[in-house]
Ligand binder design. Structure first.
Ligand code: RIB
Length: 304
């Protein structure tokens, strides 16, 4: 069973000629509304590959129309929503600008996500639980969920995204201690390493140092350069990214994480998990919106 504890958002997306810097305004012809939130995105990505009844989402939405839609969307994607709780705060909302190259800038109004509690999760976990975490719900709650999973001999997958503005040494040390698979992009790898006093020369070195520091497997997604995994004992594996012209990279990292969790729960090799996750993330980028392009099982292999 894959249990995702994380955020549910509604994404308001504007296609812009250029992503505005501070003090700038740009005009977009319109906007689109998509389902998002790193937690919900990862749950949907996992469910599209893992199949019905294998993915559960825990998190919080508001008592509003956005919350209704976010829950309905998960159900429509075969994600169990029994652990999604209604909060007094509004449903999380992300304001996203996407430019012609498919690159984005995102501001998240967290709302109900920041009331998510480990108390919403089952009291006991089982050894076959694959817990998937990110950084859009309170860190202390996610950490406690990870500790409970580890105590039950389950598996913890932690996607260190987005990196908080103030990420302390203690936070990263505690996170590494309870994580089996740390999933980061190049920048997050370097930020995490710096937070615990390391000064790696690049993201590959950062992955190796984080893997050793946490006795875990560190996986770095590097966009068009594919993905790299470094195990605790220093084994390095790589998977290429299929060559595509992206329409929208929003949710590509989430697709990778969800696909990786699905592959882990199936027990495939680490190499195969990397390859499938890279292809899933590339397929996602062919369509606008975080979840629209996330592939189902039968699409895997189509870009090979
Ligand atoms: O990773 C992409 C996601 O980040 C978006 O869907 C948005 O909701 C933010 O959480």
């Amino acid at each position: 069973m894959i249990l995702v504890f994380g955020s549910l958002n509604i994404d308001l997306v504007a296609l812009v000629p250029v992503i505005p810097g501070p003090g700038r305004t740009v005009l977009a012809p319109s906007y689109q509304t998509h389902f998002g939130g790193k937690g919900a995105n990862q749950a949907v990505a996992a469910a599209r590959l893992a199949g019905s009844g294998l993915v559960r989402m825990a998190g919080r939405v508001g008592r509003d129309g956005f919350g209704d839609s976010a829950i309905e969307n998960l159900r429509a994607n075969d994600v169990d929503t029994d652990l999604v709780v209604r909060a007094d705060e509004p449903t999380g909302c992300a304001f996203i600008t996407v430019d012609h190259a498919g690159e984005n800038a995102i501001t998240v109004a967290s709302g109900a996500n920041m009331t998510a509690s480990v108390g919403d999760l089952p009291a006991r976990f089982s050894p076959d639980t694959v817990l998937v975490l990110q950084m859009e719900v309170p860190f202390a709650e996610a950490l406690e969920a990870a500790r409970r999973t580890t105590s039950a001999s389950g598996t913890v997958v932690w996607n260190l995204a987005p990196v908080p503005e103030e990420m302390t040494r203690d936070m990263v040390t505690e996170l590494l201690a309870v994580t089996d698979y740390l999933l980061v992009n190049e920048h997050e790898a370097l930020d995490a390493a710096a937070a615990i006093g390391l000064a790696p020369s690049g993201y590959e070195a950062a992955a190796a140092e984080l893997a050793e520091a946490g006795n875990l497997t560190c996986i770095v997604t590097a966009g068009a350069q594919g993905a790299l995994a470094v195990t605790a004992n220093g084994i390095r594996l790589r998977a290429p990214a299929p060559r595509i012209t992206p329409a929208d990279t929003t949710g590509a990292g989430d697709t990778f994480v969800g696909a990786f969790a699905a592959m882990l729960s199936e027990g495939v090799s680490l190499q195969r998990a990397l390859e499938v996750s890279c292809e899933a993330a590339a397929l996602k980028c062919l369509k606008a919106g975080a979840q629209t392009g996330m592939p189902k099982r039968d699409a895997i292999g189509s870009l090979a």
